[in-house]
Design a protein. Sequence first.
Length: 202
Amino acid sequence: MNTRKFHLPGEAALLIVLLINPLAIDLMSKSVFGISTISSVPLILSTAFPVFSFGTWNYIFQTLLVITLMVLKRSFCPGYLFSFVVGIGFGKMIDVHNAWIQALPNSLPLHTIYFLAGFLLMCFGICLANNCMLPIIPTDIFPRDLSGIVKKNYKIVKTTFDLTCLTTTVVLSLAILHGFYGIGIGTVFCAFPVSYTHLTLP
């Protein structure tokens, strides 16, 4: 008996990523349990320097990641240009989702639901992004390509990248806001399991 495997086109996968990953980030931010480690850096910057929105700081941060990869590779990669454009769309969608998510009701049970929903969406989105075979969001492509540059296992590079973002957020939060903001037990929780979502989809 032949079993047909479902194949999702790369373009469709990328579109889904652009819709659900920003939603995941905003849900986790709404939960107050802590945002994802990578997004915690632009979140703290948007709080300390509100001249730009959270979404805008997000793609500024992603632009810096793309530039870092090109410097390390010592060459210009055309795919990174498309990745940069995708990053802008990603940042814009963060602001779009944030506009309506902030109107959601607040309570501890609901905050728990927001965090769990955001976390699961984030894991699924990262899986899609890493398997769509297209230039993807800079925050996803950075650890993937960096693992090839330094010739280290992806899981190790991704975990190190997440923990570096977490440390950066803590330092900026304490230095600028004199306290912790946007990070919590959920942020620490996300630094580890999300790093192991580089799975191969059927």
